[in-house]
Design a protein around this ligand. Sequence first.
Ligand code: GLC
Length: 548
Amino acid sequence: MSSSPWYQTAIFYELYVRAFQDSNGDGHGDLRGVIERMDYLANLGIDCIWLLPTYPSPLVDDGYDIADYYNVHPDYGDLQDYRDLIEAAHARGIRVIADLVMNHTSDQHPWFQASRRRVEPFTDFYVWSDTDEKYSDARIIFLDTESSNWAWDELRGQYYWHRFYSQQPDLNFDNPAVQQEMLDIARFWLDMGLDGFRADAVPYLFEREGTNCENLPETHAYLKRLRAFVDAHYPQALLLCEANQWPEDVRAYFGGDPNDPAAPGDEFHMCFHFPVMPRLYMALRRGDRSPVVQIMERTPAIPPNCQWCTFLRNHDELTLEMVTEVERQWMWTQYAPEPRMRLNLGIRRRLAPLLDNDRRKIELMNSLLFTLPGAPILYYGDEIGMGDNIWLPDRMGVRTPMQWDDSANAGFSSANKTYAPVIDDPVFGYQRVNVAAQQADPDSLYHVIRRFITVYKAQPALALGELRFLEHPNPSLLGFERVYNDQRLLCLHNLSDSPIELSTPAAHDLLTGADLPPGSLTLPPYGHRWLALSAPDATRQRAQRTVR
Ligand code: GLC
């Protein structure tokens, strides 16, 4: 694995600092708290932490509305704590990336306040207009709260453009000063030792009349400039792209030359693969592999120095933007029967509740996360099957305190009141679902995930291998090979509640350690197997479809 760049074989962990550990008893998780829990992360085996925004912010969008790019929100600590966190992670071989929100700031940012007053050089830092009719082909993203991408500013006497909350004015990337500011901000954090960024909401940097204002050539050109800057000064740093788009559109964010598979990418090292995510849930509920097979076949090859990043859940609603209207309605019926579970074009629930808290399904979905192409990213708490609280506002229901043990506040905080209530319902409550209990129980979900991580790291084919789907008459069998050099893995998933019989060659079961003779194998309902094939060519004739 040593020859491939670190991020191609890494396992990521998405961490919400406010939720993780409160070190000073004020009810809010903080950077010192993360440091206190660093051994937990090292033990789990993850390679890179992604920190959700920790900048000063009025928290209208929970920190994605930044009021100062060069500091830390006082709830979380200060810059020294940030440095210490990076150092504590690095000491354990863990890297740290953080959100970089380029598209917009908070309306409380001094730039915006100055821009409202036409104070130079900030007058044109934002996208101002006398009418609210420009760029009318751009969709509204926060559909439940916003009715326009324009908001009126009384002080300036003009409208300003915003793709998210109206308290998040979009920066004007046509202004060279704005472009430079973002490079300076990147430099500041990378100089501090940060290992890269999860670049937030990048498709929307530029606006052009007559377009949907997404994925514009100007946007790509600027992102390439950011990459060139990073490469020149921080060659180990990672840029991970958040573009919730179709695979062919996301492909452009890797850069390189789409006609030359050997050409290196020169934009983002990694991009989230959004469209595969809802299709995993669709395939499971339908007992039919085709949504997953189809989207992977529709996924273009990416440059050799790049990697996809895949996930099951994150801090947002489970987005249904990249499915058809019919599929979206079906997904809502299946996975969000209560209206309160729906938000914008998605579902605000966590992994375990989505999967009926059925261990077989939770393991199956995680198994797909680890065995399909793309670097897996775990969302904090999902490794122990935490629940959610759909009654909290916005997306806060999937951002509740981490459940460490069965003591008060789940061991998260000694405060009387925490920033959000700890989950304490009879099924997902911290008394039952917590790290300590699962660490003590060798059969727990935690230990299954840990095993996945260990095996993933020992099997480069899972990170780097080609994907070849198995043809099988039973549509509920989602089987594929991952092939890398002379390594050939067979990953089997049963999407149905009936056992599936299949014949397999001699193999080594990577999860149980058992050696299997050639013969028949029964995949139990919702079962999964990771098999290393000792007879390299045995399944070749059955593996007909090659992707990537
Ligand atoms: C991204 C973030 C989301 C945030 C939005 C606006 O989609 O994941 O949490 O609200 O960008 O910054």
